[in-house]
Design a protein around this ligand. Structure first.
Ligand code: PRP
Ligand code: GLN
Ligand code: MG
Length: 486
């Protein structure tokens, strides 16, 4: 399966539109601006007066819809679509969404999911006992199977009961012949927004950059525990639970989301600049120039430069045509991947003391490569500043880091990492600094953010992942004061 070799893999992206001619084309356009959230595969289901049409495939959206006729054959005035990066199940086309289900009452429905369920294994076992045979291997299908086998009356009641049975991270878009439905988990781990087209049609998607792309205006964020039902009569806001506790994934602000998106009223680019500014304030260093690691740390590097007064320059470029190769997750492949995508502008770095700002260190591959490259280009010293705290703990809510084995900061102290990446100094943003930089989302614990990857404070029980997590903790032996919430 082709995919870019990346340090961190994104989330999935959702886009849906109800009541607009050209629905499939607009869904394509919206998904195009969400491509950063998933590059493994893409799919669109359209709805022409109750008749569903689907096209899906592996690879980038443009590869899946290479033949322009394909999109024109997705007839109808409503559609939902998905770009995938897997967190569960295999990488085959059967796991590419939206998935389709037949249903006694509504006939057929389509489903797309962003996130990761923490009790998927348990639910799969329960459904298997009921005689369900599965169409795919990821966790996303399970909600559809729960709905179709529910004892409740009516699609919405079945959906509400099913949403209360699953745990973890989930933003869903569903479509029946007569409605589009969005739902968000009780912690609101993933962003999900509602917008309106100029003629009144409703759009629901992962990030506001997709609203901008199709010319929709922002209406509201989907709140934790809500289900939003869109029909030809308009939009109804309902909920499947009121027992909610906002814990939005802080990595959305740090890395995943596009900088031109606004999540819960906070500009991603501005939040990243504040992260850069705060890491500068927390860990100042004398230098001649600030460089960012393209792409995702450029906002933070600008913030570092503004706060420190050290000029920012473009000392590094990213090849726009990055080789897309078969991933075999070997370190040799990763090293080659980084070397093919990042290079140095020698005139900017030669003879200089450099502050190198990146948004995160996962395995350390990128930092190590770049420090070497900068020194080879004549840099006098390279001080690495990371605009987020050290990534030490797994994520079970939708980021594909379910083990700490490869996390350099889980297995090494900061001075050890500094030595390994051959930097002259290394510092990370503190967790309070991160929270302050993003801003107070609300007055809930942790200001409405999930920071579990940095401090091990999980806002929910971990269910099927608890035993694996306990084993990680025992292995790491560095876990103090962390807990799994309830
Ligand atoms: O320590 P590592 O394992 O190398 O991972 C960390 C790097 O991965 C991410 O970038 P990515 O390469 O995904 O590209 P992007 O910044 O252009 O999105 C992140 O922004 C860091 O640069
Ligand atoms: N990144 C995601 O949101 C993944 C969704 C789902 N768990 C899958 O693996 O397909
Ligand atoms: Mg990067």
């Amino acid at each position: 399966m082709p995919a870019e070799i990346k340090g961190l893999n994104e989330e999935c992206g959702l886009f849906g539109i109800w009541g607009e001619a050209n629905a499939a084309q607009l869904t394509y356009d919206g998904l195009h601006s969400l491509q950063h959230r998933g590059q493994e595969g893409a799919g669109i289901v359209s709805n022409d007066q109750g008749q569903f049409y689907r096209h899906r495939g592996l690879g980038l959206l443009a590869e899946v819809f290479r033949d322009s006729e394909t999109i024109h054959q997705l007839y109808g005035t409503s559609a939902i679509g998905h770009v995938r990066y897997a967190t569960a199940g295999n990488h085959g086309v059967e796991n590419i969404q939206p998935m389709l289900f037949s249903h006694d009452e509504v006939g057929e429905f389509a489903l797309a999911h962003n996130g990761n369920l923490t009790n998927a294994d348990t639910i799969r076992g329960e459904l298997r006992e009921k005689g369900v045979t599965f169409q795919a291997t990821s966790d996303s299908e399970l909600l559809g199977e729960l709905v179709t086998t529910s004892d409740e009356d009516g699609f919405i009641n079945q959906l509400k009961a099913s949403l209360n049975h699953i745990h973890g991270g989930f933003a869903y878009l569903l479509m029946t012949p007569h409605m589009m439905v969005a739902a968000l988990d009780p912690n609101g781990f993933r962003p999900l927004v509602v917008g309106k087209m100029p003629d009144g049609a409703t759009v629901i998607c992962s990030e506001t950059c997709a609203l901008d792309q199709v010319g929709a205006s922002f209406v509201r964020d989907v709140e934790p525990g809500e289900i939003i039902i869109v029909t030809d009569e308009g939009m109804k806001i309902d909920h499947f639970t009121t027992d909610t506790h906002l814990a939005l994934c802080s990595m959305e602000y740090i890395y995943f989301a596009r900088p031109d998106s606004i999540i819960r009223g906070i500009s991603v680019h501005e939040a990243r600049k504040r992260m850069g500014a705060l890491v500068a304030r927390e860990n100042p260093v004398k230098a001649d120039v600030v460089l960012g690691v393209p792409n995702s740390s450029l906002s933070a590097a600008i913030g570092y430069a503004q706060e420190s007064g050290i000029p920012y320059d473009m000392g590094m470029i990213k090849n726009q045509y990055v080789a897309r190769t078969f991933i075999e997750p070997t370190q040799a492949k990763r090293d080659r991947g980084v070397s093919m995508k990042l290079s140095v502008v020698k005139s900017v770095v030669a003879g200089k003391d450099i502050v190198l700002v990146d948004d995160s260190i996962v395995r350390g591959t990128t930092s190590k490569y770049i420090v070497r490259l900068l020194k080879k280009a004549g840099a006098k010293s390279v001080h690495v500043r990371i605009a987020s705290p050290a990534l030490k703990f797994p994520c079970y809510y939708g980021i594909d880091i379910q083990t700490t084995k490869e996390l350099i900061a889980a297995n090494n102290t900061i001075p050890e990492i500094c030595t390994q990446i051959e930097a002259d100094s290394l510092a990370f943003l503190s967790v309070p600094g991160l929270i302050k930089a993003i801003g107070d989302l609300n007055d809930a614990d942790n200001h409405g953010l999930c920071t579990a990857y940095f401090d091990g404070n999980y806002p929910t029980p971990l269910y099927d992942y608890q035993a694996g997590f306990d084993a990680e903790v025992a292995r790491l032996g560095l876990y103090e004061g962390a807990n799994t919430g309830d």
